[in-house]
Write a protein that binds this ligand. Structure first.
Ligand code: URA
Length: 452
């Protein structure tokens, strides 16, 4: 009896101290939430505690969601955002490539329709003499993911163990890796991004900036060029919003010792003439072979010049693209990850053509409409883990400013699942406009530049 009551007492003490702990935890989380809700500034210790607690499960999802919503409304100062980013980096491991014999530089795009720039850019910059370590993601929603595009190449593997990644980066004949980020890269961001996605808390400049930059800084690159998209097909619609995000990210990179520059680039109409995984690989290979659409060439060379300048290498990437060295590097890079650069790319089982209804000038080809249609054709996924169709997507036979005649093909839709055509056409409703005559729009591709 004696023993039993002693054990019961001990149990009760344990239960009471657990309750006290939970209470303290809840109180701390609540005071952090209310501080931000009321417009206060969080201390470094509060930020470290809440990010760590969220990662290890002591801060509940509903508490973090409430804090994220308070941040959406109240914002964070530069110091808070830098500390938040550092706490997310500290939640996992940070790669270190400082021992490589070549300078490291990477590019990150905030995402756009037909944005296949990484594919020609990474080998081009590697051919200039830099090492490009790019940890990338898969597509979700209307913009495609770089890994999904590269997986259209027969045999290509997105998972590269770290020792192999180092070997590839150190090899001057390869020098670029585009691979999946491991689970240990900023795990706090992985959890937080998933939570923000379902709680209406994505739209916050400090949260977006810290989310993107925590992953890029943890990736271990010494220099970074950001391509911040602006316009109908981007998730920031205004130049002011894009500039604010670019500035926040450049500040975070600079504060963390990563040389960072951002370009603001137009995303009202898709980049190039294809949207969809294998279709975009084929277009990228055209660019590496010396052809391809003018906008893809321009953006690839512009971003490559920024990247090469950050490494201090004295070469013009335009020359390296023109003489075929970037193509050689691409072939080596594909092979290094198990891919066959000569294998035919997959094609979709069914196609359908969208024709011009009348003569005139194509004045609108809306990036969001095209992205949504490509997604509905099977090029993208609705939920993480869903499969994508390698051959699905859209070819664009005319771009804004081009003259068209009635009956001329404007788009070819590609899919393995023909019942998707009707849904894709619905997404394109209103996305195209033909007017009797129009000045060829002289919209520049690069709209601004932000540096520290
Ligand atoms: N991409 C990210 O990685 N994080 C965001 O918060 C938004 C876009």
């Amino acid at each position: 009896m004696e023993r039993l009551s002693e054990a019961t007492d001990k149990n009760q003490t344990r239960v009471r101290s657990r309750a006290r702990l939970a209470n303290v935890t809840a109180l701390d989380a609540v005071s952090i939430i209310t501080t931000k809700r009321d417009g206060g500034e969080l201390s470094d210790a509060q930020i470290d505690w809440v990010v760590d607690g969220f990662t290890n499960g002591t801060v509940a999802d509903e508490q973090m969601a409430a804090l994220a919503m308070a941040i959406v409304w109240r914002g964070m100062t530069r110091r808070e955002t830098a500390r938040w980013t550092a706490a997310m980096i500290a939640s996992g491991s940070r790669l270190d490539f400082t021992d490589l014999p070549r300078p490291t530089v990477d590019k990150h795009s905030t995402g756009g329709v037909g944005d296949k720039i990484t594919l020609p850019l990474a080998p081009l910059v590697a051919a200039c003499g830099a090492a490009v370590p790019q940890l990338s993601g898969r597509g979700l929603g209307h913009t495609g993911g770089t890994l999904d595009k590269l997986e259209a190449i027969s045999g290509w593997q997105a998972d590269v163990p770290l020792p192999r990644m180092r070997e590839i980066l150190a090899d001057p004949g390869i020098g670029a890796v585009v691979c999946a980020a491991g689970a240990d890269l900023a795990p706090a961001d992985k959890r937080l991004y998933a939570l923000r996605d379902v709680t209406g808390t994505v739209e916050s400049i400090p949260l977006i900036a810290s989310s993107i930059m925590s992953k890029k800084i943890a990736e271990g690159t010494a220099a970074l060029v950001l391509d911040v998209k602006v316009g109908a097909g981007a998730f920031l619609k205004t130049l002011d919003g894009a500039r604010e995000l670019a500035t926040a990210m450049v500040e975070l990179g600079t504060d963390a010792g990563v040389r960072t520059v951002a370009l603001l680039t137009a995303m009202d109409t898709p980049l190039g003439r294809t949207a969809g995984n294998a279709l975009e690989v084929a277009e990228s290979v055209e660019v590496l072979a010396g052809g391809g659409p003018a906008d893809i060439i321009e953006l690839t060379v512009t971003l490559a010049r920024e990247m090469v300048a950050l490494t201090g290498i004295d070469l013009d990437p335009a020359d390296v693209l023109a003489d075929g060295r970037a193509m050689d590097q691409w072939r080596a890079m594909v092979r290094a990850q198990g891919g066959d650069p000569d294998a035919p790319l997959p094609t979709a089982k069914h196609t359908q053509v969208v024709r011009a209804e009348r003569d005139g000038v194509l004045t609108r080809l809306d990036a969001m409409g095209v992205g949504l249609a490509a997604w509905r054709l099977g090029a993208g996924r609705a939920r993480q883990g869903d499969p994508v169709q390698a051959g699905a997507g859209i070819e664009m036979h005319a771009k804004p400013g081009d003259s068209v005649t009635a009956g001329q093909p404007l788009l070819t839709l590609h899919t393995d699942t023909p019942d998707a055509f009707a849904r894709a056409e619905a997404a394109l409703d209103g996305a195209l406009a033909i007017e009797e005559s129009a000045e060829k729009p002289a919209t520049p591709l690069v709209l601004g530049r932000v540096e520290a």
